[in-house]
Design a binder for this molecule. Structure first.
Ligand code: C5J
Length: 235
């Protein structure tokens, strides 16, 4: 087992690349792109779009390092049978989940707005977890996939910081995974929630996990030699 070290808060995180995965949460058009569900709700999507480029750099470094990469999408079956009525009612929106919006039916699987932004589009070998809830472990096979791959550490990116990222990190933490959240690779429509969301993760000695940055992730991932690579291929 090769132990490496992430400079992070509240203290450095030791990890083994073979049991580490990159998890990118809900980088979907509906949340991130102008004209999507997030913007229809009155949010400034530029606050989320600023995460795309750092996420892209980390994704590229993780792929080159041979890490397991997983993506999630929040959304529902076209018949909405997996959407709790309470979730469908919430907010009394004119255009809500399942309704027709500018990018197709809002947060419905198979629709244009539900899919992942092109900059971060999954490769065919990267599992995509379709989740009906905020947490990536709720009613999904994410835990099973991670266990089958022997994953213990998660590098976490995505949106939104205080909702799906936080819920996922809390669920992962309770299952014994160690999560390092990259502060510039996660985003919120609310700057205050972004700040407090990150504070909460690393508070009390890292009560939910660690916080680091895309620069540190790229630095560390570049030190990893993919299994089977010759020395020149890793450079
Ligand atoms: C929200 C998410 N905010 N992916 N979803 O409803 O955070």
């Amino acid at each position: 087992m090769a132990t490496m070290r992430f400079e992070a808060e509240p203290y450095p995180l030791e990890f083994d690349p073979e049991s580490t995965a990159l998890l990118i949460i809900d980088m979907q058009r509906d949340f991130v792109e102008p004209g999507g569900f997030g913007e229809m709700l009155g949010n400034d999507v530029s606050l989320l779009r600023s995460t795309i480029e750092p996420c892209r750099r980390v994704l590229e470094a993780a792929r080159r390092a041979g890490l397991t990469v997983l993506h999630t999408r929040e959304g529902h079956r076209p018949d909405l049978t997996d959407a709790p009525p309470s979730k469908l009612r919430r907010g009394g929106l004119a255009v809500g989940i399942g309704d027709h919006g500018p990018m197709g039916r809002v947060l419905v699987r198979g629709e244009y707005g539900h899919d992942i932004v092109p900059e971060l589009y999954p490769l065919p070998n990267e599992p995509v977890i379709d989740k009906p809830g905020k947490g990536s472990f709720y009613e999904t096979d994410l835990d099973l996939i991670l266990q089958n791959r022997g994953i213990r550490t998660l590098i976490v990116c995505g949106v939104t910081t205080e909702v799906c990222v936080h819920t996922t990190v809390r669920q992962a933490n309770d299952r014994g995974y160690e999560c390092v959240v990259l502060s510039d690779c996660v985003g919120s429509y609310f700057p205050e929630f972004q700040r407090v969301g990150l504070e909460m993760i690393k508070a009390q000695g890292g009560i939910f996990g660690w916080v680091s940055s895309s620069d540190e992730a790229v630095r560390v991932l570049r030190l990893i030699r993919p299994a089977g690579a010759t020395s020149s291929a890793a450079e």
